[in-house]
Design a protein around this ligand. Sequence first.
Ligand code: PLP
Length: 446
Amino acid sequence: MTLRYQHFITPEGTKEFPKVVRGEGVYIWDSTGRRLLDGSSGAISVNVGHAHPRVLEAMRDQMDRIIYAHSMRWDNDPNERLAARLERLSNWNYGAAFFVSGGSEANEAAIKFARQVAVARGQASRFKIISRIPSYHGATTALLGITGDPDYAAAYRPMFVEMPKIDAPLMYRRPAGESEQDVVDRCVRQLEETILREGPETILAFMIEPIGGVSTGALVSPDSYSTRIREICDRYGVMLIYDEIMSGAGRTGKFLAGHHWLDCRPDIVTLAKGVSGSYAPLGVVLASADMVQDVRRSGGFKHGHTYSANPVSCAASDMVLQVVEEDGLMERARTLGALIRSRLEEIKGKTGIIGDIRGLGLHMAVEIVADQVSKEPFPAEMRASERIGMICRDHGLLLFSRRTAGGSFGEWLMVCPPLTISEAEIEELIESFTAGIRAFEKEISA
Ligand code: PLP
């Protein structure tokens, strides 16, 4: 047996990954020369498409200057430029941006930072982080205790602390008889009850994806949700952390998904994926000025990585965000998102297997069901969303699929193309998706 990179992540007997060789705009090419439309932007992260000339130039320029200097000894220009841009775009008076190498690292840094703030404020008994089911917050051992998805945690259970969980406000799968308002009431009540049950003096933070990622299939909460959870957090001195790793950086039509509900300002925000358009590994923690001050006064943040604030990653990210701003990609996400949604609604009207279409901007999910009326998911062994994804691939379209643990929360395909997609490319995406859905329906009726 020869050593193969990442060969062990796929179960025995499954097909090998095709080999990718090139990317340009919304397309990638495999080693057989086949062109595929990247309908989920890689891991919902390639926000300005592949091989964007301005981003490549910014990276080359930085590489010619300096690629690496230890961030605990040196500052660098791209780091400062990016921090200033993030301060302006996030527009919520955050006092510091901390740069790491990805989403899990950003969330890990965020919870450690929150803990240090609490300790600095004489609240050392606070260490629990409440989160929601379903949710995904990252792959590190600490985050497995916060991620609300048993699929990821099962094998590692003895190795981490399971943190308290409450329901995410799932609208489509709400119990019969509950109104949207009832869902919000239930979820907010659960938050308060959980804080009281655990003891408010033990609760450090509440971490959520303000617009859900793959874990919920782009869940959008009703308007009152964010204001209500902010009130509860304030009442009990609990920090609110927004995990915007997937939803941030313009994808939903605003720089932060949280900006759709401006009256709820989170204390900490994490970003990754689209923030650097996946041109280079980068994660970001944005934190309130008063917290930063408290941590500095108590001796500074005891955290860092070799690649924190890497100059090439920061230069790539600064240019990606410049492109997002200058090319009006947030407005584009809103208009094109509305266009794709209306085209997906047309498809839904002509098929029996699309249950729900949700999301904001170019951050959308299509939930697949066996029955549109009962919302019954397909049996697990059919792996329906994965199969549809495979058929779409045969029709030239790449889509990320997800089936929640045991199918309990349903399954979906993420329709999240690069924000640079053209209207003609959207038509191509819709055509391939329609073909995929039709072929799957034919397959199951045969
Ligand atoms: N949080 C959310 C909402 C995510 O979607 C992800 C990745 O998909 C992560 C955290 C973890 O990010 P990474 O895979 O970069 O470690």
